[in-house]
Design a protein around this ligand. Structure first.
Ligand code: ZN
Length: 53
Protein backbone atom coordinates (compact mmCIF):
# COMPACT_ATOMS: atom_id res chain seq x y z
CA UNK A 1 0.00 0.00 0.00
CA UNK A 2 2.62 2.55 1.04
CA UNK A 3 5.23 3.76 -1.34
CA UNK A 4 8.50 2.87 0.32
CA UNK A 5 10.58 4.54 -2.32
CA UNK A 6 9.22 7.97 -1.51
CA UNK A 7 9.48 8.94 2.13
CA UNK A 8 7.84 12.24 2.82
CA UNK A 9 10.04 14.70 4.63
CA UNK A 10 9.64 18.31 5.64
CA UNK A 11 10.98 20.75 3.07
CA UNK A 12 12.09 23.12 5.85
CA UNK A 13 13.79 20.95 8.46
CA UNK A 14 13.96 17.62 6.59
CA UNK A 15 12.28 15.70 9.40
CA UNK A 16 10.75 12.57 8.00
CA UNK A 17 7.25 11.32 8.51
CA UNK A 18 8.72 8.63 10.71
CA UNK A 19 9.67 11.30 13.26
CA UNK A 20 6.82 13.78 13.06
CA UNK A 21 3.56 14.16 11.16
CA UNK A 22 4.03 15.91 7.85
CA UNK A 23 1.39 17.59 5.76
CA UNK A 24 1.37 17.50 2.00
CA UNK A 25 0.97 20.91 0.45
CA UNK A 26 0.99 22.19 -3.08
CA UNK A 27 2.50 25.50 -4.04
CA UNK A 28 3.23 26.89 -7.46
CA UNK A 29 2.19 23.59 -8.97
CA UNK A 30 4.73 21.65 -6.92
CA UNK A 31 3.87 19.21 -4.18
CA UNK A 32 5.97 19.30 -1.06
CA UNK A 33 5.69 18.47 2.62
CA UNK A 34 5.82 20.49 5.81
CA UNK A 35 5.95 19.04 9.32
CA UNK A 36 3.88 19.97 12.33
CA UNK A 37 6.66 21.98 13.95
CA UNK A 38 7.46 24.05 10.89
CA UNK A 39 3.92 24.70 9.74
CA UNK A 40 3.11 27.23 12.51
CA UNK A 41 6.27 29.16 11.73
CA UNK A 42 5.24 29.40 8.11
CA UNK A 43 1.72 30.41 9.06
CA UNK A 44 2.97 33.17 11.33
CA UNK A 45 5.48 34.45 8.85
CA UNK A 46 8.54 33.48 10.86
CA UNK A 47 9.71 31.40 7.95
CA UNK A 48 9.10 31.90 4.26
CA UNK A 49 8.26 28.83 2.21
CA UNK A 50 9.96 30.46 -0.76
CA UNK A 51 13.30 30.07 1.01
CA UNK A 52 12.97 26.31 0.97
CA UNK A 53 11.51 25.33 -2.37
ZN1 ZN B 1 9.85 20.77 9.55
Amino acid sequence: MSNKNETSSCVVCTSSEEEIPVISITYKYNRTWVCFSCLPQLLHGKKDINDYI
